[in-house]
Design a protein around this ligand. Structure first.
Ligand SMILES: Nc1nc2c(c(=O)[nH]1)N[C@H]1C(S)=C(S)[C@@H](COP(=O)(O)O)O[C@H]1N2
Ligand SMILES: [Mo]
Length: 167
């Protein structure tokens, strides 16, 4: 084959591969799994929430430092309280788990606007699983000493992919 033919074949290959590559990096196949575990004998039910659904909810933004980063960070996302309202979750025990199977409970009474934020944007960009995304629960740590505790750090779950509701 001529060198030019090889080059053209290579370019066609690159162009053909582009859509798959773009999809892999834009988290469009991400689903947040919400499992309702009924403790009174009813069957459990599962709901899947897309990133687009989360991003369409009323959003909030704040700036804060974190123990994982250097300097002031900007987070944009949905108050966890807003997401619970969207999912009609008003009672129960809530366990949050991540891609790496890390699991933590966040007490319902602590889930208020100005508390945990389900961030989907960090410093103006979406987050890949590699940098704690696509969803990272963060708190406005600098706004109050009550957010600078080991238990709040433990509730700052990144790569969130599942919420279990026991009611
Ligand atoms: N997805 C995920 N989020 C997580 C963790 C984890 O292992 N996986 N560790 C938690 C705990 S126990 C704490 S104290 C903080 C800080 O973790 P680090 O000290 O490993 O950065 O992140 C929290 N969020
Ligand atoms: Mo921790």
């Amino acid at each position: 084959m001529h060198r030019i033919t090889i080059l053209i074949a290579f370019l066609f290959g690159v162009v053909a591969a582009l859509p798959a590559w773009a999809n892999a990096s834009d988290s469009s196949d991400f689903r947040l799994e919400v499992v309702f575990v009924e403790t009174d004998g009813n069957p459990q039910s599962v709901r899947h929430v897309t990133l687009e659904e989360v991003m369409a909810l009323p959003s909030a933004e704040f700036q804060t430092t974190t123990i994982w980063t250097e300097g002031i960070q900007t987070f944009r996302g949905v108050w966890l309280s807003e997401l619970l309202t969207y999912l009609s979750i008003t009672e129960g025990t809530l366990d949050f788990s991540a891609l790496n199977e890390y699991l933590v409970e966040i007490p319902l009474q602590d889930i208020v606007p100005g508390g945990p934020l389900v961030a989907f944007e960090w410093n103006g960009a979406l987050m890949s699983p590699r940098d704690k995304g696509p969803l990272w629960v963060v708190f406005p740590y600098d706004s109050d000493a009550k957010f600078q505790t080991e238990s709040v750090y433990a509730q700052s779950i990144w790569q969130l992919d599942r919420i279990e509701v026991y009611r």
